[in-house]
Design a protein around this ligand. Structure first.
Ligand code: GLN
Length: 617
């Protein structure tokens, strides 16, 4: 068994259950000796009938390699889906379709299967269609044509491929049937200009050397929507990939295509060199190489292997479990879970009371039609209770064009009903242009906390309880000083120190002595954790005027656990340990009330934390 540099190095083969299954299948079919080597191209009879390799490449670029996956063989007809892709990219769908149909022929690969009226080859997976596709690559001569093909094939494989000259010559010397087909195509003007250079390029393209490992990378590039998963380079456009895989699924196995779809259910293509690739969109590609062929010119062990793999790994395309069941990861309203901003009691009470009007849908997985339909259904069930709905796309993987368009429509309809859709889109699924065009129907935020905070501000504004940036709170409005009598407040005001901080200034430093408590009079402060040795930081919570901070550390007498930073210009009243002690002596009753308030606020925070944990479960 071989392993490639980028295969699963962290898992030893013996504990990798997937590799073990592939191993077992390889072991099972190793002794299958039915079939014969293709001999109509004389050079192909040099193949060793024992060769047998299975290579799997996932769309993440992981590989499972079993058997002779490094033995080179000629790609032959496995080149057909790729050359069809290149023709589509070069001439466009309409032009190519005019010349090559997409109907299964139900005949052998080398049948003269042209539509009588137009001369169109039945499909691009038989020789007639493939020769036509080769003719559609724009090039002045054989060398250029073949160089373009070779370069693009190498991009599919993620490495420089080469040609088996003797197989090429062998086929060129004996390929009379293909010459006949090409001349007929010329007769119908399906190909233009000189027939011979096109035919030679076709023979060369069939003689490109691959092994099952790099063939599986070529297939994985199709499975991955046209981006090579190893190099990260786009080789084909997604719309072309869709068409290529479609014809593979209906025509890829010649007159075995129907049985193949029935039993294996993976779009595939075989070649007389003994290779078969299967492409499972969004998941992986399998390439099997074994040169003994059946009467349809498909690899015998290849078919047996695919049948077992499809079964054991559950790869049949039409036996898909619903991938959309879990699109809504969780759903909650603002009274159950809030932003990380701590707000004074009065604001907090409003959010508790009115928060049910803001709903959050946290999504996960891929957002395709089935998933979006579920979301819209869930949305409509609660629409009467909500003013604003946050759709959190943080954990969304893929989304297609159709779904995007439906989201736009959905946002517009909600807006027309007086509702508001807010998208949380940190991965920039929606481009800057799309975001602009969504306004005012929907807003897009990069961060869920920010979107929650904005929803809170909006709700508080409706109740006149919005924090005014310009207003300064006196000590009498501090949550922690509630119930203090006039004299008690006055006593405190004589001890506190009023201080200002500029935006960005650090008020409390992590690791510092816990010697002060702060009452926030104006502005916003953020509690931030900095990543060591970097400038990066994460804001874990923030405070509005009326709140105090620093009292926890002070009570516990623990070094500061995070930085507290002025997010805006900030004014605070601060009180240090000595001043607190003095206050305790002068106003024992006031001091007792402060402690009770602190206890109260901590209990409330704990309740809120419990509620939020429950909402997130
Ligand atoms: N070069 C071969 C031919 O044209 C390809 C056929 C195949 O692999 N099925 O005959």
């Amino acid at each position: 068994m071989e392993s490639s540099p980028d295969s699963m190095t962290s898992l030893t083969p013996s504990i990798n259950s997937i590799r073990e299954i592939i191993n077992e299948i390889h072991e099972k079919h190793r002794t299958l000796n039915d079939g014969s080597l293709a001999d109509y191209i004389p050079e192909l009879t040099r193949a060793n009938p024992e060769w047998f390799g299975i290579a799997v490449t996932t769309v993440d670029g992981r590989q499972y390699l079993v058997g002779e996956t490094a033995i080179d063989f000629t790609i032959q007809s496995v080149s057909k889906p790729f050359i069809y892709g290149l023709a589509l990219d070069s001439l466009g769908l309409e032009e190519v379709r005019k010349r090559i149909d997409v109907e299964p022929s139900g005949e052998a690969f080398n049948s003269i299967s042209l539509k009588p009226s137009t001369g169109q080859p039945r499909n691009p997976m038989i020789n007639a269609g493939a020769i036509a596709a080769t003719g559609m690559i724009r090039a002045p001569d054989v060398e250029t044509r073949f160089r373009i093909i070779m370069d693009r094939f190498s991009e599919f494989a993620g490495e420089a491929l080469s040609i088996d000259d003797s197989v090429y010559r062998s086929e060129s010397e004996t390929g009379w049937r293909n010459r006949g087909i090409a001349n007929l195509l010329r007769n119908f003007n399906i190909i233009e200009g000189d027939v011979d250079p096109i035919l030679e390029a076709y023979f060369m393209q069939c003689a490109i050397l691959v092994n099952s490992r790099n063939l599986s990378v070529m297939g994985a590039t199709l499975a991955n929507g046209g981006i090579n998963p190893i190099t990260g380079k786009r080789v084909l456009s997604p719309s072309t990939v869709e068409k290529v895989i479609s014809v593979m699924s209906t025509c890829g196995m010649y007159d075995y295509s129907g049985n193949w779809a029935f039993e294996v259910g993976i779009p595939a293509k075989s070649g007389v060199g003994g290779g078969i690739i299967g492409v499972l969109p969004g998941q992986l590609s399998v390439a099997v190489f074994s040169p003994l062929l059946d009467e349809n010119f498909n690899s015998v062990r290849g078919i047996a292997t695919f049948r077992d793999l499809s079964n054991s790994l559950g790869l049949h395309l039409f036996n898909r479990p619903s991938l959309t069941d879990y699109v809504i990861r969780r759903s909650y309203t603002l009274n159950q879970f809030q932003s990380s901003r701590f707000r004074p009691r009065k604001a907090q009470e409003i959010l508790q009371r009115e928060g049910h009007r803001i709903r959050v849908f946290e999504l996960q997985g891929d957002l395709y039609f089935g998933a979006l339909e579920r979301l819209i259904h869930a949305y409509l069930r609660t629409i009467n209770e909500n003013d604003r709905v946050l759709i959190d796309l943080t954990r969304i993987g893929g989304i297609d064009e159709a779904t995007r368009t439906i989201i736009f429509k959905f946002a517009r309809q909600a807006f027309e009903k007086g509702k508001r859709i807010v998208l949380v889109d940190p991965k920039q699924i929606f481009s800057a242009g799309e975001r602009r065009s969504l306004i005012p129907m929907a807003f897009v935020y990069n961060d869920c906390d920010e979107a929650l905070e904005d929803a809170e501000e909006n709700l508080l504004a409706q109740y006149g309880a919005r924090m005014e940036a310009s207003v300064s709170y006196g000590l009498e409005r501090m949550d922690l000083l509630r119930e203090l009598g006039e004299a008690e407040l006055k006593g405190l005001s004589e001890l506190v120190r009023k201080r200002s901080f500029e935006e960005g200034q650090t008020i409390i430093e992590k690791g510092g002595e816990p010697n002060e408590v702060f009452f926030l009079a104006q502005g916003i402060v953020g509690v931030v954790l900095r990543k060591e040795n970097t400038m990066a930081f994460k804001q874990v919570s923030s405070f509005s005027p009326g709140m105090s901070f620093g009292e926890l550390g002070l009570l516990l007498n623990e070094p500061r656990t995070a930085d507290v930073v002025a997010i805006t210009e900030v004014t605070v009243f601060s009180l240090n340990r000595d001043q607190i002690e003095r206050y305790r002596q002068l106003h024992p009753e006031g001091y007792r009330k402060i402690l009770l308030n602190a206890l109260h606020s901590m209990s409330e925070r704990l309740l809120r934390a419990n509620r939020e944990v429950a909402a997130l479960k």
